[in-house]
Design a protein around this ligand. Sequence first.
Ligand SMILES: [Zn+2]
Length: 230
Amino acid sequence: MEPNKIVEEIVNRNNNYVKKHNEHYFAQHIASQHPVITLVSCSDSRVQPNVLIENPIDNMFEIENIGNQISTCEGSVSYGVLYLKTPVLLILGHSDCGALKTFMKGYENIEDSVKKEIDNLKPVGLSKEYTAENFEEILLLNAQKNIDYQVNFAVKTFKDIIQNEKLTVIGAYYDFKNEFGKGHGRMVIVNVNGETNKNKIKGLPVFEHISTEFKDVVIDRYSTKKIKFK
Ligand SMILES: [Zn+2]
């Protein structure tokens, strides 16, 4: 798509938005914001907040970077949690993550600025041992491992707020490939405040409004007996 077409598209789209919304629409958030979720998501264009929330405006404080990492944007995450006081910090990994694939395949010759951000994934302990047959599965296990790492990072950073029950850290996987078998596009919750036992997660009060049957759909862990991490 040519840039002139893209510009035409966005200015027209925004013009429609301006026409549809008057000052009353903006009155609630003209002077301050009131988000309920701090989101740490991958920049991947296939992962967008509107798969989780009808209207992200004034509801979701969004931080996006390659590989849904906290350490590359710790200040932004702390701003959402400490100053905007969102009760939920959601860390969202996803299917087919390019950052993880780059890490797994080796990235010595890439642009320095990109390399710097991929380097931040080193402490996660991702596996680089794969074959053509099991690459997809190792990638999924790595994505889950990265979510766990980022949740644990947050749990350590915001320990007191979590203990005072003012913050819940949720780690989830946006599964547009249906790897968990819960439907294409499902957000599968794999970690809550560092807890990775799915039965224990299901018992947490944060899920009290969700039926037992539905908990079985939205809470899960990917595990395999075939592959052992080195
Ligand atoms: Zn990604």
